[in-house]
Write a protein that binds this ligand. Structure first.
Ligand code: SF4
Length: 66
């Protein structure tokens, strides 16, 4: 279960993730852990036009910024 974060609302307002329904929205520690375990990075590591593809892979990150 994802723990409740005391910064949940401010994190949510700063989050650019367009994937609705994710239980990790605003709980950045859980978000980062989840994506790193899947060899990915969270939405906020990507510009909005890339984020909306939902491809959060390391490969896409390197292609974007490399
Ligand atoms: S980046 Fe991933 S884990 Fe984080 S809120 Fe969006 S879908 Fe959920």
């Amino acid at each position: 279960m994802t723990p409740r974060c005391e910064k949940l609302e401010s994190n949510r307002s700063a989050c650019n993730c367009s994937y609705g329904g994710c239980p990790r929205h605003g709980t950045c520690c859980a978000c980062i852990r989840y994506h790193l375990e899947n060899r990915e990075l969270p939405a906020c590591a990507f510009p909005d036009d890339v984020e909306k593809t939902w491809d959060r892979s390391f490969k896409r990150f390197i292609e974007t910024y490399g």
